[in-house]
Design a protein around this ligand. Structure first.
Ligand SMILES: [Zn+2]
Length: 145
């Protein structure tokens, strides 16, 4: 898709070059009406070129997000385990849940694996460093609090 966009941008450049050539001819002929029409064509091509550039940027951002989601999905499959309703890191020794759960809100709403953190040095409450949601009574498998 990026290749097709680059090809379209290249064809627009060619059309802009041709419009400049036509304007030079119109200038030489002293044809004011033709010069205005060519200026309109050039302006429309310039707008199209800007729109194509915007689409290319948007497409690159989508490709980046797709890559992130693929990595996230891979990580979800290989490195985490669900113990409903929470998802945890998977212990490398026994494949069981390890430590605190990932933030359920961030996972459900945004699709991000954000590990919850202890709100205080001791106590059962944890929070999400990303969305700042506080949780009480979440399970914890392990000694890291
Ligand atoms: Zn969160």
């Amino acid at each position: 898709m990026i290749g097709e966009i680059a090809a379209a941008a290249s064809r627009i450049d060619v059309a802009m070059h041709l419009a400049r050539g036509a304007k030079t001819v119109a200038d030489a002929l002293g044809d004011a009406e033709m010069k205005f029409k060519i200026a309109d064509i050039y302006s429309a091509l310039s707008d199209a070129k800007a729109a194509i550039a915007g689409a290319e940027v948007g497409l690159a951002a989508k490709d980046k997000e797709i890559d992130r989601l693929k990595q996230q999905f891979q990580r979800m499959e290989s490195d985490t385990v669900e113990l409903a309703p929470y998802r945890f890191r998977k212990s490398v020794t026994d494949g069981q849940p390890a430590g605190r759960p990932f933030c359920p809100r961030c996972l459900e709403v945004d699709g991000y694996l954000i590990l919850t953190e202890r709100a205080k040095r001791s106590g059962p409450s944890v929070f999400c460093p990303q969305c700042k949601t506080n949780y009480n009574g979440l399970p914890n498998y392990g000694s890291d609090g």
